[in-house]
Design a protein around this ligand. Structure first.
Ligand SMILES: Nc1ncnc2c1ncn2[C@@H]1O[C@H](COP(=O)(O)OP(=O)(O)OP(=O)(O)O)[C@@H](O)[C@H]1O
Ligand SMILES: [Mg+2]
Length: 350
């Protein structure tokens, strides 16, 4: 499998800079998600890796070979798009074989690869159907099969699940992840959905406005975002101004003891991030020992397995997310507590 590296890559379209500067190392066999809002440059980055665009500056390396100037047909990459554009007048197997036919691969080899790939994507029983006779998820599997049959060394997917409904998206994510791990193929997956990126990827590259904002494991991105923008994009809702001194964060709703053993914090201004599921909501004052925040429940949102409580704490709003094993009423006085090691501090530049 292939290791992919972007070194100082920039892309200008005329006077417009789509990608200012990206450095990215993708390990062989890794699944990396490119995540970011619409227009941030995900597709442009993917197209440069594929060879459909040439970087204005910088280099793209496959296994340490500079491929920046190598055209798409000589890079051995596979692309799957959101609009999978199957040939409507061809059956599933004809669609899947098409790429090998146009390359002039011997028909014996095509037949063998077809059997292997239909097995991999579990489409044997649909092989004689036409695209119009398939579900969205089945069509997407045909699109993946059509790409995989060419044995690409890097697989690229640009929002391949965007057209599917929520349940099918979940199924296809698990399918893609399982397939990717079984084949061990280096994969780059573009999405603007942070849940999708976290569920699928070994590492996530967050791109804002043509700049790589953070490149990390899903867990690190979620728990330890580099900036408020990233925290926000990853769905954080409890972000508060704080004044840090001697390992204590002073906030509008009280002082929070920080864990300075595992992460040193400088004195100065910053933001504290409190993940809603890391906060314990207590109904009595006596139960809590440290980092106690008093408040009152002002709203409740029920999601089935979990509940969100909106808690007013001295004029600040804290959202607490917990299992719905119990229900706390709106209007109830509560005591919130959070362990120091569950508080993440985003500090202003020194
Ligand atoms: N060929 C082009 N000429 C000029 N500008 C372009 C071209 N291709 C992309 N852009 C611009 O570059 C920026 C990044 O585009 P890109 O398609 O990479 O975004 P994206 O992150 O994939 O967004 P989306 O999530 O909406 O697909 C956008 O502002 C876009 O308008
Ligand atoms: Mg795009």
């Amino acid at each position: 499998m292939t290791k992919v590296q972007l070194k100082g890559v920039r892309k200008d379209f005329g006077s417009f800079t789509a990608i200012s500067q990206i450095d990215l190392d993708i390990e062989s066999g890794e699944l990396v998600a490119l995540l970011g809002p619409s227009g941030c440059g995900k597709t442009t980055t993917l197209r440069m890796i594929a060879g459909l665009e040439v970087p204005t500056y910088g280099h793209i390396l496959f296994d340490d070979d500079d491929v920046s100037e190598v055209p798409v047909q000589d890079r051995n990459v596979g692309m799957v798009f959101q609009r999978y554009a199957l040939f409507p007048h061809m059956t599933v197997e004809k669609n899947v074989m098409f790429g090998l036919k146009v390359r002039g691969t011997p028909s014996g080899e095509i037949k063998q690869r077809l059997e292997d790939i239909l097995d991999v994507v579990q489409l044997e029983q649909f092989r004689h159907r036409f695209p119009a006779q398939l579900s969205g998820g089945q069509m997407q599997r045909v699109a993946i099969a059509r790409t995989l049959i060419t044995n690409p060394s890097v697989l690229m997917m640009d929002e391949p699940l965007a057209n599917l409904d929520t349940k099918l998206r979940g199924e296809m994510r698990r399918f893609i992840r399982e397939l990717q791990q079984r084949l061990g193929i280096t994969t780059i997956f573009v999405t603007h959905d942070q849940v999708e990126a976290m569920e699928l990827a070994d590492r996530v590259a967050v791109i804002f406005d043509g700049v790589l904002a953070q490149y990390d494991t899903p867990e690190a991105l979620y728990q330890r975002p580099n900036s408020v923008e990233i925290a926000d994009f990853m769905g954080a809702n409890n972000i508060f101004d704080a004044q840090v001194s001697n390992g204590v964060a002073k906030t509008a709703f009280g002082d929070l003891q920080l864990d300075t053993d595992t992460k040193p914090v400088r004195d100065g201004t910053g933001r504290v991030l409190l993940r809603g599921e890391a906060i314990d909501l207590l109904l009595g004052e006596g139960e809590a020992s440290q980092n106690v925040i008093t408040g009152k429940v002002t709203a409740r949102e029920f999601f089935g397995a979990t509940v969100n409580y909106t808690v007013d704490c001295k004029g600040e709003t804290i959202i607490v997310n917990e299992q719905s094993r119990r229900m706390v009423d709106v209007g109830q006085d509560v005591w919130l507590t959070i362990q120091p090691q569950r508080i993440w501090v985003i500090q202003d530049a020194a």
